[in-house]
Design a protein around this ligand. Structure first.
Ligand code: GLY
Length: 400
């Protein structure tokens, strides 16, 4: 287990160890309701919003806020051998008064560390040279602070390094080898290789299938690589959702504190050094502490072009519900997609992008260009417990 000096990993949390897998909904509600009630009955304090310790007991509780955590569906699937998922962990920590960003990061750490999740952290699908390079960003709404890392190697939990960038530097983004150096200087353990046997085998198979087309002209190469990728999906070697797979997780607590985190191994088999949308503020994640949060999974290039998470938050600022704001971003992506190599037989985008959105009241939505079969759900945790809900698609069918 890599050393992590910044914040305790989920499995290190004593309270987390007390919870059992398969906890009933009643137990879950009782455990989180007691914590929420405790926070709600604390006396008001006069500290200004900026000065008060965010998420600490004794802060004003806004009764019109419904605390909620939303994430991509992998936030309700992976447990890294433990008892709880990302959204369960984040919601429980949030409801017991922990800082919202700390809670969300503890949640996504479970996904980053789980070797079975091949699109995030340890065991994420590597780049074209077989090296796992990770991207992550974090945003803290109340503190109006942010941090991110791009193409970092050797650290299983890039979200914690992003948080270290936020807390320990004047910068918002550190990339490449120097992100690893920064992490080492902050006390993180740097590993030689974050591949698992599974991710390495998948890369070797991709190499075998794609080498002959590496040096074709760009248009033929694009089509050929897409064919290789789809053939590996069809052969069950790669999960279609893990090609651009990522986790974004956003939360708002009873105080109205809003935070978000996005973390990923990025596009499978990418050109080394390629950075996607995940660590770019406004693209893979955007949080405004007074408005809401949005983050993404899916084809980063399409999202980067329109800085869609920022667009969504701005749409909410002007009064749109999270669902309508998110669909506006999907429409923008469709509008910006005109190259034939990116269009399917129906003239529609041949890729998907998903957004996970919440506002300052706790209204939320999952939206996407498409919501086919396995990719049709997103994760939610609130007073009703953890669950998957349907994603609202802009377009019918799938990207194929
Ligand atoms: N959305 C993840 C990526 O494109 O890297």
């Amino acid at each position: 287990m890599p050393h992590c000096p910044i914040a305790p990993l989920p499995h290190m949390l004593p309270r987390g160890r007390q919870m059992r897998n398969g906890m009933s909904r009643r137990d879950f509600m009782a455990s989180t309701a007691v914590a929420g009630l405790a926070a709600a009955t604390e006396p008001l304090v006069a500290a200004s919003y900026r000065e008060r310790p965010v998420g600490a007991p004794g802060v004003r509780v806004q009764s019109n806020v419904r605390p909620v955590v939303v994430s991509s569906a992998n936030g309700h699937r992976f447990r890294n051998g433990g008892t709880k998922t990302c959204i369960e962990t984040a919601y429980e920590m949030m409801m017991r008064g922990d800082d919202v960003l700390d809670a969300l990061i503890a949640g996504v750490n479970i996904v980053e560390l789980d070797p079975a999740e091949s699109s995030v952290g340890y065991g994420g699908l590597p780049n074209a040279e077989g090296v796992v390079q990770l991207d992550s960003s974090v945003m803290h709404g109340p503190k109006k602070r942010a941090g991110a890392v791009g193409a970092i190697e050797g650290v299983r939990t890039p979200s914690l390094v992003a948080k270290a960038v936020m807390e320990s530097t004047d910068h918002h983004l550190i990339v490449g080898k120097d992100a690893g150096t920064f992490a080492r200087n902050m006390g993180f353990t740097i590993e030689d290789d974050l591949n698992t046997d599974r991710s390495r085998k998948a890369w070797l198979e991709w190499k075998r299938r794609s080498d002959p087309v590496h040096y074709l002209d760009p248009n033929r190469k694009e089509a050929a690589l897409r064919e290789v990728m789809l053939s590996m999906v069809d052969d069950g070697l790669v999960d279609e959702n893990h090609i651009y797979g990522t986790i974004n997780c956003n939360g708002v607590n009873a105080n109205g504190d809003i935070c978000g985190v996005t973390t990923t191994s990025g596009l499978a088999w990418k050109i080394p050094g390629r950075v996607g949308d995940s660590p770019i503020l406004g693209a893979g994640l955007y949080v405004d502490g007074t408005v809401g949060a949005a983050g993404s999974t899916g084809r980063g290039e399409a999202n980067l072009f329109g800085l869609c998470s920022m667009l969504i938050v701005e749409e909410m600022r002007h009064g749109k519900h999270p669902k309508d704001a998110g669909l506006e971003a999907c429409r923008r992506i469709q509008h910006n997609t005109i190259e034939s190599r990116l269009l399917n037989d129906r003239g529609l985008p041949n890729f998907n992008v998903n957004f996970y959105v919440l506002n300052a009241k706790g209204d939320y939505a999952g939206v996407a260009l498409y919501a086919p079969g396995a990719g049709s759900r997103f994760a939610v945790c609130d007073e009703k417990g953890p669950r998957l809900e349907s994603i609202e698609p802009l377009l019918e069918g799938s990207s194929r």
